[in-house]
Write a protein that binds this ligand. Structure first.
Ligand code: AKB
Length: 317
């Protein structure tokens, strides 16, 4: 059985990805790692180990001692936090990513998956239906680190035969763990506030379209790419998307379920970041090379999200 190590396992995606991988590959075969005390969900079905991704020796010995085949390197500083602290984004995303790729190269691991993001694109990228292969030139600290990882990973594939794979995640909406400091976080916060207070002040303005995806689709595409036949991959970094909406559109969808819900707008520094990102993505390369198709659109995601979150929070609507 393939053995996985997941970094950043208590993050928004890591928390649910570890659970899905453990279901499929067995609890003991998926090592969740991070620097914090883990939530119970990460320790009940499999091991959790303390790992500092800035310590190459610790990475190396953990991979050897646990007989790891595939690393999924989710630990990352996101766009909002990265803009406030670019030095932290550099160290975590660039140095951390480098350490992981080096370990994969030296130990000849089967595969390394490191997520990228829509943030890898920039203001000179065509914003509508952004193609997979196009000018990138991001202007956020986070975006620059993601382009580095894509290119360094692809270089390691070509030069050293490392099986590197990457997904350019759009904004991910989920009910389990909260996102940690990104520009698309509003699309998660809005659900909590709609259920708790029937109102939400968006930090992105009306008309700010961004590519988005519901967590079940995010887990599906991540596992599908990990399991994809390497001989069919012409690319290593893939656009993926499920929907594109602006804040007023998700508000209108929530209002269909919670008619009293009110939205107001107070754009902050994240508005400038969002304006440099694609409004929608062309993910046909992912469809062609490994069969990607999403299951959830805005309406289906909103209905499911409200159902799950109201159960979790114990709030009826
Ligand atoms: C962020 O907003 O920083 C992330 C992302 C799109 O990568 N959610």
């Amino acid at each position: 059985m393939t053995r996985f190590l997941v970094t950043g396992s208590y993050g928004q995606i890591g928390t649910e990805l570890v659970g899905a991988l453990r279901k499929k590959y067995g609890g003991k075969n998926v090592i969740a790692t991070g620097r914090k005390k883990p939530p119970e969900i990460l320790t009940k079905d499999g091991p959790y180990l303390h790992l500092d991704i800035l310590d190459p020796n610790q990475i190396h010995s953990m991979l050897v001692n646990n007989d790891i085949d595939i690393i999924i390197h989710n630990a990352s500083v996101l766009s909002g936090v990265g803009e406030k602290n670019p030095q932290l984004a550099y160290r975590t995303n660039v140095e951390g990513g480098y350490n992981i790729l080096e370990a994969a190269r030296v130990l000849k691991l089967d595969q390394v998956m490191i997520p990228s993001s829509i943030a890898a694109f920039g203001p000179s990228t065509p914003r509508e239906n952004t193609p997979n292969d196009v000018i990138m030139r991001p202007t956020s600290a986070y975006g620059v680190t993601k382009v580095f990882i894509e290119l360094w990973g692809e270089y390691y594939t070509k030069r050293f035969g490392v099986d590197f794979r990457s997904l350019r995640y759009p904004g991910i909406i989920s009910s389990e763990a909260l996102p940690g400091g990104g520009t698309t976080d509003y699309a998660v916060e809005i659900f909590y506030e709609a259920l708790k207070n029937k109102k939400y002040t968006s930090f992105l303005d009306k008309g700010t379209y961004l590519p988005m995806m519901y967590m079940p689709d995010c887990i599906k595409c991540t596992i599908d790419l990990i399991e994809a036949d390497e001989s069919k991959l012409k690319h290593r970094s893939f656009n993926i998307t499920a929907m594109s909406f602006a804040p007023e559109e998700i508000a209108a969808e929530i209002k269909k379920h919670i008619p009293e819900f009110e939205m107001s707008y107070e754009p902050d520094f994240r508005q400038a970041i969002a304006e440099t990102w694609p409004a929608s993505l062309d993910d046909s390369v992912a469809t062609e090379e490994w069969g990607w198709t999403p299951d959830y659109d805005l309406a289906a995601m909103t209905k499911d999200m409200l159902e799950k979150l109201s159960k979790k929070l114990g709030i009826k609507y």
